[in-house]
Design a protein. Structure first.
Length: 268
């Protein structure tokens, strides 16, 4: 089991470095992103999110300069191709030459955070009702791990507190950027599933619920660290001890449900 884990970990590391080299060896923006020249804006964004999540400089310890270069290149490619006017200009003038057009004047981190903010607005707004449906279905299929309506009410209060703060400030996006990207990929995978692939859909829905509940916890912990650094005596963050406890308890239940669903799916 340990050897399998190490092999898997080594494969993940190798995949990161391979992807970085592939991006930097691309001859044009389409090749860098892995899309065709007739791809839609959504397909371009999807490709950008998938690759940038893997080659983000924060994913490399120790720091790897080529990862920063590939991340910058991906961001510039995305910014160019997702906008019709700049895409048209690129297609007309620079499509055959990557190096002559590549001008990283805009911060790659800023582009990345713009996408993160857009994802947050799209996925969190109105998402809690979908989450309620998933949890109620989960409670019906498995009586061992149960999340009550009272916990859902408490969790919703926590979501609203965090959502309102995040939507009006750019401060905490970095704390949740990888959770949002993971959430986006999960939702895309669910949309691609066959209607008859019920158990896979259930498993992914539970994972979506888990990641959604982790988002306010991550932001709250970032606030707690700030309060601690500022020397504040009360360190409950924005959520407060009760809401934080209930959210963490729900995340633990989702993890158990996720494992239960995986085992069930593997036996089918």
């Amino acid at each position: 089991m340990i050897s399998q884990f190490l092999l898997s970990h080594e494969e993940i590391i190798e995949e990161k470095y391979t992807l970085v080299n592939e991006i930097l060896s691309a001859t044009n923006y389409y090749e860098a992103l892995g899309v065709s020249d007739d791809s839609t804006c959504n397909e371009i964004r999807k490709a950008y999110i998938k690759k940038s999540r893997i080659c983000h400089p924060d994913k490399f310890v120790p720091p790897y300069s080529k990862a920063t270069q590939s991340f910058q290149l991906l961001s510039t490619a995305y910014k160019t191709l997702v906008q019709p006017s700049s895409k048209y200009q690129y297609d007309m003038t620079y499509k055959s030459s990557l190096t002559s057009y590549y001008s990283p004047t805009e911060n790659a981190v800023d582009i990345f955070e713009q996408v993160i903010r857009q994802l947050y607005s799209e996925m969190i707004e109105g998402e809690f009702q979908t989450l309620r449906t998933v949890i109620h279905a989960m409670n019906e299929t498995n009586k061992i791990f149960y999340i009550s309506d009272d916990v859902l009410v408490i969790a919703e209060v926590g979501f609203l507190r965090i959502r309102d703060m995040v939507l009006t400030s750019q401060k905490y996006y970095q704390s949740i950027q990888f959770e949002l990207l993971r959430l986006y990929e999960l939702q895309e995978e669910i949309r691609s599933l066959s209607y008859f692939d019920v158990w896979r859909r259930i498993k992914l829905s539970i994972t979506v619920a888990k990641v959604l509940f982790q988002i306010p916890l991550k932001i709250n912990r970032a606030i707690q660290r700030e309060d601690q650094f500022a020397g504040k005596h009360e360190n409950g963050g924005l959520l407060g001890p009760q809401i934080e406890y209930e959210l963490q308890n729900a995340v633990n239940i989702f993890k158990l449900e996720e494992s239960y669903a995986s085992d069930l799916y593997d036996t089918l």
